[in-house]
Design a protein around this ligand. Structure first.
Ligand code: TRP
Ligand code: ZN
Length: 887
């Protein structure tokens, strides 16, 4: 990243892929670790690639001080070219030669957190995507795979623990209070999976025996003070190992599997071979400091990184355009794992709804905005900008559609064939799809493979328009499905997608009509399905389980949606019907002229009451149904967006729900508030979620009627809570409602948890996301920037305050005076000066500026132009803002 701060960024194109001119078979690295000056001796066995015309060896490097280059032990001539080290006088022929490179670097000045850096006195590395070149000169590309031997030398007192990939083969003391450890990784790997850690850490160890009888050691390394927060991550890891063996027959291939947690990390976690490095946020939990959401995230991220061991590490990507090969597939696998862990059908549906909500609130906007790109992008300036919801979440939906088209068993067969063919290789998304199709030759996937692969090639969210026609004379119901896809940057027109539409029919009383469940595979612009033997017009339940990542348009009446909400056998579509009903009302109120009144009608409120009071539905499901569509999701439905109006409408809807269902919220609270000793399982987490929503509603109602009872009870619950979920929910209910007790509770919360970094992040985030009232959000956030606990350099802390405000508080950010945009501009530039990756993510908060109504639109544009005009912008941020401004 940021190889060139000057000049225009080089665009990397997928079609330009060429195999490497050299292979590196083995790497022997020796590190003398020192925060100010670390010495790196890199001895490689290199040979020419016989399939490629002879040419110089060009090695990538960034921010390195080169001291020496030897070929077969002899000095050699070299030159530098744009950061690359170029060796021209290499031995002839294809015999391997030894290349030795000695460099130094400065980990303590590495603020980008890519390559080798220091966090709280401990050394960490982050090499994906292109961080290894910040450690040594190398062919920093994923199709060059080598075996690694790593020797770490460091001061023993300061860095008692020395870790790298693979197995520990030697260790001992050295002169001058130093010691060393040597690690050997038997698996060939691309350099982006290299890792080292050195510091004062302790670990939780867990020996396990696999189903096939092999013994392994699992370890989680943390700071001493965090050791009591590692149990859940270890449980999650063991569950993930067992699941991958059971469901896909994929065992752990290492004697030792380590996880290390760091407070300073740009992303969630990293799947380095045998030595995963995690953001503390996705490892550390105990009931007093972590919420149910944290517990669930830890389970899924620990599993995700573990699953990469097969999908990503054993079979890796040929080039970075294939990123979704490992990320989409691994997200799909972690989603399936979390569903299997959740257990009951309704808990599985809850997980599915949560995943779809992320897709629709984050990926759909990306697909409709200036950064829209295919799941397999065609070009980039900075690859770090393409670790996106499209590559990850939409990529996972593409894999899910394959499973839908070939069936669960067929999918497991396809994965097996994929590993039989490609274990140990660096491959493409085509190779994956081909294995799936070849293992299922009679499936609709095999039948439509070329067309199906357009999901990898074409950006944009397809729309499916459904129209039903009942013919009472013939007793037929004819369903017509038509697809289209709007243009995206560089792709004015699209060919048809292959869209699996899972569906069924209900009668108007809500009974499922037998024999009408099916999977319709839409692969042409339009298709028609005829159902016979219908006595009356049915209610169609379409796209069950969200069987494809599309926008479904239909003309169901409110009454029909109410039938689905009350009776559909598919829980996803029950939820979806409720969201549609709410969305219709929100959009009508946003579009109406004049002040916002009461957007919700009696029928809707009664339906919500019926769900809330339903004797058989799970609490978690109720909480999802009773949560209104997000402001950003409402905004996506509109051609012109007035964020203040949307906020006012949604707040009015929330208040109506609070008042009209007041007694029901009281009931829900009382029924679900006691859950005994904390356990993070789906059932009790669902009860806590519903309790939390009830408190939010009751505090909101109290704000209008001035009745102090519920704020008082909420404050009491805040003080008495025995776990972070309950405590945080109560705090959030008070703060969100703007109750004065919220301020007192915030102060007490800070007092109690000031030593817990991750809890302080919650404290900042809660205040950054709290609803804007008369423009108070921005000054509140500006004041918090000055708080002694605020630290811009720590990505988690910076995100908790700044990203929460810019990405999750639309009414706070979009101010008529443009001050929110000026704040965004200043923070983007400030952060870009030391951490471009984090800055570029923040920069994306104004992606959708073109849709804004005036005066927001012009003010937002001015702020983006100001960023673009800045000299010395990173490649990362430059790519984001120049795409935002491109017509
Ligand atoms: N591969 C990581 C994952 O599991 C993503 C990741 C972690 C990453 N750290 C990174 C990507 C730094 C780019 C830069 O999804
Ligand atoms: Zn991943």
């Amino acid at each position: 990243m940021t190889a060139l701060r000057e000049g225009s960024p080089r665009i990397v194109r997928r079609e330009d892929y060429a195999p490497p001119a050299y292979w590196i078979d083995s790497v022997d690295l020796t590190f003398d670790l020192d925060p100010a000056k670390t010495r790196v001796l890199n001895r490689m066995r290199v040979r020419r690639n016989p399939d490629v015309p002879a040419q110089p060896l060009r090695l990538d490097g960034e921010e390195l001080n080169l001291a020496r280059v030897l070929v077969n032990g002899q000095g050699t001539s070299f030159k530098m070219d744009g950061g690359q080290l170029v060796l021209e006088a290499l031995p002839e022929g294809t015999e391997p030669f030894e290349l030795e490179i000695f460099t130094t670097c400065c980990p303590e000045k590495n603020t980008q957190l890519m390559g080798l850096y220091v966090s709280q006195g401990t050394f960490f590395t982050q090499c994906e995507a292109e961080g290894f070149r910040r450690i040594t000169y190398f062919l920093d590309r994923p199709d060059v795979m080598a075996t690694y031997t790593v020797t770490l030398r460091a001061d023993k007192a300061k860095y008692p623990v020395l870790l790298s990939n693979g197995n520990l083969v030697d260790s001992g003391d050295l002169d001058g209070g130093r010691h060393y450890a040597r690690w050997e990784d038997p698996h060939r790997k691309p350099c982006y999976l290299f890792a080292l850690v050195a510091g004062k850490l302790v670990c939780r160890s867990q020996p396990i025996i696999s189903r096939s009888g092999t013994e392994h050691l699992l370890q989680i390394y943390v700071r001493q003070a965090d050791l009591d927060k590692t149990e859940h991550a270890m449980q999650s890891l063991m569950a993930a190992i067992a699941w991958d063996e059971t469901r896909f027959g994929l065992p752990l291939d290492l004697q030792r599997f380590m996880i290390v947690a760091t407070s300073d990390f740009n992303m969630g976690a990293m799947e380095n071979k045998g030595l995963n490095i995690f953001n503390t946020k996705f490892v550390l939990a105990n009931p007093a400091t972590a919420t149910d959401t944290d517990y669930a995230n830890i389970e899924s991220v620990v599993a995700h990184e573990y699953f990469h061991n097969w999908t990503g590490n054993r079979v890796t990507c040929r080039d970075w355009f294939q990123l979704s090969l490992k990320e989409g597939l691994t997200v799909f696998r972690d989603q399936e794992f979390s569903q299997d862990m959740a257990g009951s059908p309704s808990a599985r549906a809850v997980k599915r709804i949560e995943d779809v909500r992320v897709l629709r609130t984050a990926q759909f906007p990306e697909d409709a905005g200036p950064m829209a790109h295919p799941v397999r992008p065609d070009q980039y300036a900075e690859i770090n900008n393409f670790y996106t919801v499209t590559v990850y979440e939409k990529g996972a939906e593409v894999v899910r559609m394959m499973q839908t088209l070939v069936g669960r068993e067929g999918f497991a067969r396809g994965l097996k064939l994929y590993f039989e063919r490609h274990d140990g290789q660096a491959v493409t998304c085509d190779d994956f799809a081909q294995a799936m199709a070849d293992a299922n030759p009679d499936s609709p996937l095999a039948q439509h493979l070329e067309a199906f692969k357009r999901w990898y090639a074409q950006a944009g969210t397809p729309r499916v328009r459904a129209q039903g026609q009942f013919d009472p004379e013939r007793g037929t119901y004819t369903l017509t499905l038509r697809q289209s896809c709007p243009p995206t940057p560089g792709q004015p027109t699209k060919a048809p997608f292959v869209i699996p539409v899972a569906m069924g029919l209900l009668d108007h009383q809500g009974h499922a009509l037998p024999g009408t469940e099916r999977l319709v595979v839409l692969h042409e612009p339009e298709t028609t399905v005829v159902f016979e033997g219908m006595d009356a017009a049915p209610v169609p339940s379409l796209l069950r389980g969200f069987s494809a990542p599309v926008i479904l348009e239909h003309d169901l009446s409110d009454d029909e949606l109410l039938v689905l909400l009350a009776h559909d056998t598919d829980p996803f579509n029950r939820w979806e019907a409720g969201q549609q009903l709410a969305l219709r009302r929100a959009l009508a109120a946003v579009r109406a002229a004049g002040p916002v009144h009461e957007p919700l009608d009696g029928a809707f409120l009664e339906a919500m009451r019926a769900v809330l009071r339903h004797p058989a539905l799970d609490a978690a499901f109720k909480e999802l149904v009773l949560t209104l569509p997000a402001e950003t999701y409402i905004a996506e439905q509109l051609d012109e967006v007035d964020p203040q109006r949307i906020h006012a409408v949604r707040e009015a809807m929330r208040r109506q729900l609070a008042h009209a269902l007041h007694d029901d919220w009281v009931w829900a609270y009382e029924q679900h508030k006691d859950n005994g000793a904390y356990r993070p399982d789906a059932f009790s987490a669902g009860r806590r979620a519903l309790t939390g929503l009830a408190l939010h509603m009751l505090c909101l109602a109290a704000r209008d009627n001035g009745n102090p009872v519920w704020p008082g009870k909420t404050y009491q619950r805040f003080k008495d809570a025995t776990n972070m979920t309950d405590r945080y929910q109560a705090l959030s209910a008070l703060v969100t409602a703007g109750h004065e007790l919220g301020q007192r509770a915030l102060a007490q919360f800070h007092d109690r948890f000031h030593a817990e970094e991750l809890v302080l992040d919650k404290w900042f985030a809660l205040q950054a996301g709290a609803p804007d009232r008369d423009g108070d959000a921005l000054p509140r956030v500006q004041a918090l920037l000055q708080h002694p606990d605020f630290n811009l350099r720590n990505p988690n802390r910076a995100r908790s305050l700044i990203s929460t405000f810019c990405h999750a508080n639309p009414a706070g950010l979009h101010r008529a005076d443009g001050a929110g945009y000026a704040f965004w501009r200043d923070r983007v530039l400030e952060i870009d000066a030391f951490n471009p990756q984090v800055a570029a993510r923040l920069a994306r908060a104004l992606d959708r500026w073109r849709k804004l109504a005036e005066p927001y639109r012009s003010a937002a544009r001015a702020a983006i132009e100001a960023v673009a005009a800045h000299e010395g912008l990173s490649t990362d941020v430059r790519e984001v803002v120049s795409r935002a401004l491109a017509d």
